[in-house]
Ligand binder design. Structure first.
Ligand SMILES: [Fe+2]
Length: 225
């Protein structure tokens, strides 16, 4: 401090030390690190497939080696599965299911696997095991609304075949979100389920990239890999 009797110098010195102090706090590893907010759960809903499609891979736009792709805005849905300390969770099975471009699930009480109501080229469901860095990837379509629901993709995460999380993700900024009953019931935490569907630069077919990072309510002490 240049002049101990100068109040402005005191204030500056205090601010400098406070800033240094908080920087040291926020970079502290392990127990002192801020915990992340776990991705909030949401209901599975009635349409988890009762009969799985023959193809359950992470490309929902094409069934097996079918020639005709599904109708819809092709979306690359990706992200990282971590614990609340930000450590990757590898070998977790991520599943997604959603309606086709006509608003029908593959569930037999909705469109059915091959029902006339459905786009038979949309797989409707897919699975992917997270890599060592916790990353997952799906090629799917941008979800559309159906009935009273705003567009959403259902997501489930399993560790060692046990369901760890059931939730849904949404299109950030979609005008239907404000009227969706489940979002309204969840309130403020629903912001953790909002995903930006961003146009991929130079994509001639208008493909989108959507990043949904999933934080499981685990710590490294829970013994996950
Ligand atoms: Fe749904």
């Amino acid at each position: 401090m240049k002049n101990p009797s100068c109040p402005e110098c005191h204030r500056r010195d205090f601010l400098r030390r406070a800033t240094l102090g908080s920087a040291a706090f926020f970079t502290a590893p392990g127990a002192f690190a801020e915990a992340l907010t776990a991705t909030p759960p949401m209901t599975e809903g009635p349409f988890y497939p009762d009969k799985l499609p023959l193809d359950t891979d992470n490309d929902l736009v094409r069934i097996n080696d079918g020639m005709t792709p599904a109708i819809g805005a092709i979306t690359h849905l990706h992200g990282k599965v971590t614990d609340v300390k930000g450590n990757p969770v590898p070998n977790a099975r991520v599943e997604i299911w959603q309606v086709d471009n006509k608003g029908a699930y593959i569930h037999s009480k909705d469109g059915g696997l091959n029902g006339p109501k459905r786009d038979g080229n949309f797989q409707g469901f897919g699975r992917f095991m997270t890599a060592r860095d916790g990353r997952y990837y799906f090629r799917t379509i941008k979800p559309v609304p159906y009935g009273p629901r705003t567009p959403h993709i259902h997501v489930a995460v399993y560790r060692k075949d046990k369901r760890s999380l059931t939730t849904q993700c949404f299109i950030d900024g979609d005008k239907g979100n404000a009227k969706d009953g489940l979002i309204k019931r969840m309130g403020e935490p629903a912001r953790h389920l909002m995903v930006k569907f961003a146009p991929i630069p130079n994509s001639k077919t208008g493909e989108l990239s959507a990043e949904f990072n999933i934080i499981l309510g685990l710590t490294p002490d829970d013994g996950h890999e």
